[in-house]
Design a protein around this ligand. Structure first.
Ligand code: ARG
Length: 276
């Protein structure tokens, strides 16, 4: 699964930097992937807690340097995936990235609308395990506060929104086809929260990775077709008005029997002490 994420990101780098060297095709991704796949365009003004994580230095300026998503959890903090700020994705250690930004209120990444805010501090979840991908979360501190209206509450442990069958939405500027078509504007797809057993059976610990219910959330559609995809990582999974997950990993995108795996927001909220 580590491999999986690295591959995702080589894809993003290749796209943004115009590099031609890296293989995009993943096993199984060419045929079955239909991917935010299976959703449609939405307006960031209606979902202001969705932000892009960006570095023009690392990923080029065409799409504002976007390479991951995030969720505004307080006026000065954004949750994203821990793997988004590791050197596997960034290509260099985080300390060497001088222009890490959070972009809020920008629907189309080719424009300069909204706010581009410098990240003044990054705190990776101390319980993040990059080999199992457990606890895949990092907290970004913003140099300038966002409006209170941008903030989305984080679901607590045992929140009803985690119940299997709940409808959730996933947001991002990532691949919409599974073939490296990165979106210029924000997309969202509706998916169902699935029982942990569905992902435990899909991901028992083979090459794709192992699903760990304590720190991960399973969501998707049994028949496939709707999912997050590469470039959506760190972005929000929202149900009943609360943040329940962050895009973390999966096998391909939108494949039947291969749901999306999300960082369990209630778990990291506690670790990162966002909510006291
Ligand atoms: N690791 C990917 C990224 O960095 C996210 C993959 C999510 N995949 C999925 N099928 N839900 O953007």
């Amino acid at each position: 699964m580590r491999r999986h994420i690295a591959r995702a990101w080589t894809g993003a780098v290749a796209l943004a930097a115009g590099a031609a060297v890296l293989p995009l095709a993943a096993p199984g991704s060419a045929v079955a992937d239909s991917v935010v796949i299976g959703g449609g365009p939405v307006q960031v003004s209606e979902h202001p807690w969705v932000v892009a994580i960006a570095s023009r230095d690392r990923f080029g300026g065409t799409r504002s340097g976007q390479f991951c998503g995030g969720a505004v959890v307080s006026r000065t903090t954004v949750l994203t995936a821990a793997h988004c700020v590791d050197s596997g994705v960034l290509g260099v250690p985080l300390s060497e990235v001088r222009d890490l930004k959070v972009i809020a209120g920008r629907n189309d990444l080719r424009t300069s609308e909204g706010d581009e805010i410098t990240v003044s501090n990054v705190r990776t979840n101390p319980e993040y395990n990059s080999s199992t991908n457990s606890g895949d979360a990092a907290l970004l501190t913003l140099a300038k506060p966002l409006p209170e209206s941008y903030v989305i509450p984080v679901a607590g442990r045992g929140d009803a929104a985690y119940r299997a069958g709940t409808i959730a939405a996933v947001y991002g500027w990532g691949d919409t086809t599974g073939g490296g078509q990165y979106a210029n504007s924000l997309h969202a797809a509706h998916v169902h929260v699935l029982a942990d057993t569905v992902c435990e059976e899909a991901y028992p610990g083979s090459a794709d990775g192992k699903y760990l219910a304590a720190t991960m959330v399973c969501a998707g559609e049994r028949q496939g077709g709707k999912d997050a995809c590469q470039g959506d990582s760190g972005g929000p999974l929202v149900a009943q008005g609360r943040l329940i997950g962050l895009v973390s990993w999966g096998s391909g995108c939108g494949r039947p029997g291969r749901p999306g795996v999300y960082t369990r927001a209630s778990d990291v909220a506690k670790i990162l002490r966002i909510r006291g």
